[in-house]
Design a protein around this ligand. Structure first.
Ligand SMILES: Cc1cc2nc3c(=O)[nH]c(=O)nc-3n(C[C@H](O)[C@H](O)[C@H](O)COP(=O)(O)OP(=O)(O)OC[C@H]3O[C@@H](n4cnc5c(N)ncnc54)[C@H](O)[C@@H]3O)c2cc1C
Length: 386
């Protein structure tokens, strides 16, 4: 869907007011209590946040990539944990079905995902398959009209809340790497599925992440994403989902950078040392200017890549460039924000140290910075005929 300018503006205004008036006052509490209040989650459902990218015919808002990154940027103006609760439904938890699901699978699962009635999670990473995601070992053995799944998935966002898992498993043990992998949608309550304890994380408190263990889990063949005939095509689905996710995380990084720049500027104009606001010192100005410039560069990159994706261009390498630059950028911006705040940047009360910890994850999940570099360079070599 492409929203008309007024409708998009209205949506962005509504999300912005929700972020400023409802979520920002709760940041410190969520950080301390490691939980998003239930009434906030209900309000998110009512606002349609769980269905931002789910097509309108299935009850979502059906945002295109340009619209999605605009919303993600605004969501970055508050703690990333708030976005995470509906983030999997908007991104990695629903998009395998949106992109490659059968009509029946879409009809069955997307409407309850759009309303937030069910939460979806994306199960790709394993204990021995992280950056090398194509090496997944989880076995999906064909038995008549079913598959039997055995293995473990690691660090799965929203797993403790999830109703539905998109699971990537090896259907052809004789094919090494990406070619032998298929995607399945699996109900979280299926016999044989258990969860590890939620991880204690460096940041993003309020987001739950745990391992998911599959022991002799029987999944009907028609739960294969795209239908029973689509065996061994799961890795391609995973990569399409991640291209989109990487642009979303990049836009979120820009939003957090904007927030930290705003907080830093305000602090620098109020805080006085040597008889004047610290914002008057050119060394502090340099930090503000560097953060502003890098944030703007990332924003332009992401808007360009999103626009190109909306015209049908393959943006895998551009999405990797955006994720690499934007997530590294927000790390530097957060570091400068701590520095500009001095001691106040290091203590909990000002919230800057929390963002500093929160943004560290962006450089790791949905592909580390090193993996983005390999994606970009491989694309360059391929284009040069190598
Ligand atoms: C909080 C959190 C939430 C997550 N949510 C999900 C989720 O919902 N679903 C999911 O499937 N996964 C999820 N993940 C997993 C995440 O995507 C992986 O942690 C990430 O891809 C890195 O894999 P790894 O941790 O195994 O690190 P490794 O792959 O072991 O990497 C370790 C280091 O080696 C580097 N490295 C590895 N290979 C190369 C290479 N070829 N060249 C150069 N350097 C290399 C990496 O860049 C990194 O610096 C989550 C992780 C965390 C921490």
């Amino acid at each position: 869907m492409t929203l008309d300018t007024d409708t998009l503006k209205q949506l962005l205004d509504t999300v912005s007011k929700f972020v400023d008036n409802r979520l920002r006052p709760l940041e410190s509490r969520v950080g301390r209590e490691d939980a998003i209040p239930d009434d906030v989650v209900e309000e998110m459902k009512e606002m349609g946040l769980f269905g931002l990218t789910i097509p309108e015919e299935f009850g979502g808002l059906g945002l295109n990539m340009g619209e999605e990154v605009a919303v993600a940027r605004i969501l970055g103006h508050t703690s990333p944990a708030f976005r995470s609760i509906f983030g999997t439904n908007v991104g990695i938890g629903s998009q395998a079905l949106v992109i490659d699901g059968t009509a029946e699978q879409k009809q069955r699962y997307l409407p309850p995902m759009a309303t937030g009635e069910i939460i979806g999670s994306f199960c790709l990473t394993e204990p021995d398959a992280g950056s090398d995601a194509a090496s997944v070992k989880m076995a999906a053995k064909k038995e008549g009209d079913n598959y039997r799944l055995n293995g473990a998935k690691r660090f799965i966002t929203n797993a403790p809340r999830a109703d539905l898992f998109t699971v990537f498993a090896r259907t052809d043990p004789d094919q090494a790497g990406a070619r032998g992998v298929s995607a399945f949608v699996v109900h979280a309550g299926t016999d044989g599925i258990s969860l590890g304890n939620p991880y204690h994380k460096m940041g993003q408190q309020g987001t739950y992440v745990s391992d998911v263990i599959f022991e002799d889990v029987v999944v009907p063949a028609d739960q294969m994403v795209g239908g029973p005939g689509k065996e061994n095509r799961g890795f391609a689905t995973a990569m399409k989902v991640l291209d989109k996710g990487r642009l979303h995380i990049s836009a979120l990084s820009v939003g957090v950078a904007e927030r930290l720049i705003e907080d830093s500027l305000q602090y620098a104009m109020e805080r006085k040392q040597f008889g004047q606001p610290i914002a008057e010192f050119q060394l502090v100005q340099a930090m503000l200017a560097e953060s502003q410039t890098e944030m703007y560069a990332a924003r332009c990159m992401i808007e360009d890549a999103a626009r190109r994706r909306d015209t049908g261009e393959n943006v895998a390498a551009l999405a990797a460039s955006c994720k690499l630059f934007a997530t590294e950028m927000v790390g530097r911006v957060a570091d400068r924000a701590v520095q500009i705040h001095g001691g106040a940047g290091y203590v909990e009360e000002y919230g800057i140290e929390r963002f500093y910890r929160d943004v560290r994850l962006f450089r790791i999940y949905e592909g580390t910075s090193e993996i983005q570099k390999t994606v970009i360079a491989r694309d360059m070599i391929r284009r040069a005929g190598g």
